[in-house]
Design a protein. Structure first.
Length: 440
């Protein structure tokens, strides 16, 4: 994020907008205007920001990352451009314009002086006034934006697509119907995303697409070809601390949907996990559940250090704070556990836990891959919980019904009856805001 070329209009907007100027000191008490670097969502051109380097430098960075076993994800902002993107002057019909026949001056909350609409999440409400709204129902826009997406794909191993759901035909038509109909536009026969992703994967078959999306549009974007879609639903259900809602999400979504979801406890748009969940130990508990699910594990800079101060995307720095050693130690252990292939290639199975006494506090599920087995039991509550958790795939070894059961978080091992684990269950006691991850 922030790698692409930005314009002076956006930078000036970010340095003069009263709302932003009031917000900056709230997240960075010693803020100065020199800290403002411009919004990464107001892109003028998909070439490397010259303050950072060149496209060749991006290619070199990608090569270096690949040599370390890492992949490079870059951002693409499909819904809008910067106000001072050259296209707003050279090709204004590629943008949403005020309804035909509308005379200037145009509504300044929705339109630029030219009549081009500001980028918006809902057709003019809550406009982003440093951006201009593309018209994805315009054929020239569809072609041009596909070429820009291909350019990003040529430099990246993965692409995070900002506010991707706003371009779905149903929502785009709903948001901009008045403007579209007045200029004679009709709904395209296909989703732009389906066409654009197919074109990108035809040339770059290994590129991964991640969509920023919010309910209820996740399945639409998965159907259009996205490899992963944001999973804010689970994040918010954990934040509300309603375990029944968390259970309904885990048991109510298809395995395919969960597998194609990107799970997170924080990101650049959300509060830090420590702030959102209330403490570093509650944030770690949320991570124990979030990152032991199928799908993409989506981390945010500073998360592994237990940071709580927000890093605003308009600013070059955040308020300084010390790392939390307990959080660093936790992630050092936890990441080693989740890096096992069983959590990437295995089969995930939700395990209901009886809702009696303190067992209602626990959430459980299993993983199986080849000869590897994992049982995750999470207590996302403020009091210890215990239960008998049935482990249907527990098997005797070499004719011996007694098998070792090891909690990978603590390293402690117990000898337990496999037949009892399959029938009456494995008895567990889990501390508040913690978990046990068993191998057996």
């Amino acid at each position: 994020m922030g790698v692409w070329e930005l314009g002076e209009y956006g930078l000036n907007f970010d340095k003069t907008n009263p709302g932003l100027l009031a917000h900056y000191p709230q997240v960075l008490p010693d803020f100065t205007l020199a800290d403002v670097i411009g919004s990464p969502y107001a892109v003028t051109n998909y070439t490397c920001n010259p303050q950072l380097g060149s496209d060749n430098d991006i290619a070199a960075l990608r090569k270096k990352l690949n040599s370390m076993g890492l992949r490079l994800m870059l951002d693409f902002v499909p819904n809008h451009s910067a106000v001072d993107c050259p296209l707003t002057s050279s090709n204004p019909t590629m943008y949403i314009n005020a309804p035909k026949g509308t005379q200037p001056p145009y509504d300044p909350s929705t339109y630029l002086p030219s009549g081009i609409a500001y980028g918006s999440v809902c057709g003019g409400c809550g406009s982003w006034q440093d951006t201009a709204q593309f018209n994805i129902w315009d054929q020239s826009t569809r072609k041009y934006r596909t070429q820009e997406l291909l350019r990003v794909a040529s430099l990246a191993d993965a692409i995070r697509c900002d506010m991707a759901y706003l371009l779905l035909n149903d929502l785009f038509g709903q948001n901009w119907q008045t403007q579209l109909s007045s200029w004679g536009y009709s709904r395209p026969s296909t989703e732009w995303w389906a066409d654009a992703i197919a074109a990108a994967k035809a040339q770059y078959p290994n590129v991964t697409f991640l969509a920023e999306v919010y309910s209820p549009w996740q399945s639409n974007l998965q159907a259009a070809g996205f490899d992963f879609t944001y999973d804010k639903d689970l994040h918010d259900r954990l934040g509300a601390n309603n375990l029944d809602d968390v259970r309904s999400w885990l048991s109510g979504n298809s395995p395919s949907f969960v597998q194609h979801s990107a799970h997170f406890v924080s990101n650049h748009d959300e509060p830090r996990a420590v702030a959102f969940f209330g403490s570093w130990w509650q944030a770690d508990a949320a991570a124990l559940l979030t990152y032991t699910l199928p799908g993409m594990r989506f981390y945010w800079m500073g998360q592994f250090d237990g940071f709580k101060y927000q890093l605003d995307v308009h600013l070059r720095r955040e308020e300084s704070e010390p790392a939390v050693p307990d959080v660093q130690s936790f992630y050092s252990t936890f990441l080693n556990i989740t890096n096992d292939p069983v959590f990437k290639y295995g089969t995930w199975t939700y395990v209901p836990v009886s809702q009696s006494d303190s067992s209602w506090r626990l959430i459980a599920y299993r993983w199986a891959y080849k000869n590897e087995r994992r049982l995750c039991v999470i207590n996302f509550s403020d009091t210890n919980g215990s239960a008998n958790v049935v482990v249907a795939d527990a098997q005797s070894r070499n004719g011996n019904d007694t098998i070792p059961v090891t909690d990978l978080l603590s390293g402690q091992t117990w000898q337990r009856s496999a037949s009892a684990m399959r029938t009456t269950g494995l008895f567990v006691v889990i501390n508040s805001w913690y978990a046990q991850i068993f191998t057996y």
